[in-house]
Design a protein around this ligand. Sequence first.
Ligand code: GLA
Length: 365
Amino acid sequence: MLTTDTFFGGAPEVNASAPGRVNLLGEHTDYNDGFMLPAATPQRTLVAMSRSGDDHFHFYSPTFDATVTFARDGSAPQGYGSYIEGCIRLVQAEGIEVPPLRIYVETNLPVGSGLSSSAALEVATLRALRSLLGFELDDVRLAQIAQRAEIEYAHVNCGIMDQMASSLADQETMLFIDARSLEHRLVPLPPDAEVIVIDSGVARKLAASKYNERRAECEEAARKLGVPALRDVTDPGSVESLPSPLRERARHVVQENLRVLEAAGGVSAERFGELMDASHFSLRDDYEVSIPELDELCAALRAAPGVLGARLTGAGFGGACVALCRAGQAQEAAAIALAAYNKHGRQGRILVPVPTDRKDNNESV
Ligand code: GLA
C-alpha cells in the first residue's frame, strides 16, 4: 500500500475532504422535489491532488487498494475512478482547463452502509479541484455537479440530498433542504438528544433497480394527480384515489414531507422520535424499501432505554438505521440493541458515534 508521500514523491499540492451523510428525516422525498433533514457524518473522505506532469491521470486508493490510470482523453474503468473522472469531466464542461492529475483517495466511511460514501468522494474531489485550479464554484453548484457525476458517470440515478448534505451539512446540526429550490438552512438537532447510527451488516441489494422503480411510480402518481411532482400535492387525502401501489407510494412521500416540515419547525426530542418511527413504518409498509433485518434492528433500538425513535436511513434494502436517544444514553442504547440484534449471527455495528477503538483509522482525514 502506498502512502501519500510515496504516491506523490513528497507532499501533494492540495488536500480536501468531505463527509458522508446520515439522513434524520425525509427519505425518498428528494426526487419528488420535497424536503429532508440530513446531517454530516464524522467519517470523511480525503482527496489529495497534484498535477501529474505527464499525459495521464493516475488515481490510487489504499481503501480499495486499487490504481487507476488512463490517458488525458481516455476514461476510467467503472469503479471509484468513475466518480472522480465524472467530476473532472464536468468541471471541464464548465470551460475550466483541467491538466492530467495524480489523485489519492482515502476514506474511513463505510462503503455500502448507506452513509453516501459516493457523495463524499465526489464533493471532496470537486473541493480539491476548486482549490488546485482556483476557480469559483459555490457549494450548491458544487453539489449539483457532484450529483451529475454520479448520474452520468457512475450511472446511479440519485436525487440531490446526499451531495447537498456532503457539501453543506455539519455534524452538530441538521440541514433542511428544499430539493426543488435548493434553498437550505441549518436546523438545530432536537434538544437534549443525540444520534446513533448502526449498520445492519446487510449490504444493500436490489437497491438500484427498486430505486428506479420507486422513482417511476412516483412520477406516474404525480401525473395521475395532475401535479408536476408529489411535492405539489396539497390535499393529502387525494392520494387515496390512486390505484395500488401508487396510492401507498404517494402516501409515503406526501406524509414524509409533512413530517419533515413539522420537525424543521422545531419539535421536542420526543416528538422528533415519533416522527422517525412513523417514517420507518411508512418506508416499510407503504414505500416497501425496508427488509426484515432493518425492521428488527429498529425494533431492537426502540426497545433500548433512552431511545426516542428509530428508522432506516438512506435508500433502504440494507445499510444502516439511525436512532434518536436522550443525551448521554446513546452508547448504552446502541450496545443493548446490538446485543439483541446480533444474537442470530448478524454483523451489526455502531457507525456513529465513531467507536473510540476505530478512531485510529484516518484521524488525519
Ligand atoms: C439515496 C439517493 C438519495 C435519496 C435517498 C433516499 O441515498 O442517493 O438521492 O433519494 O436514497 O432518500
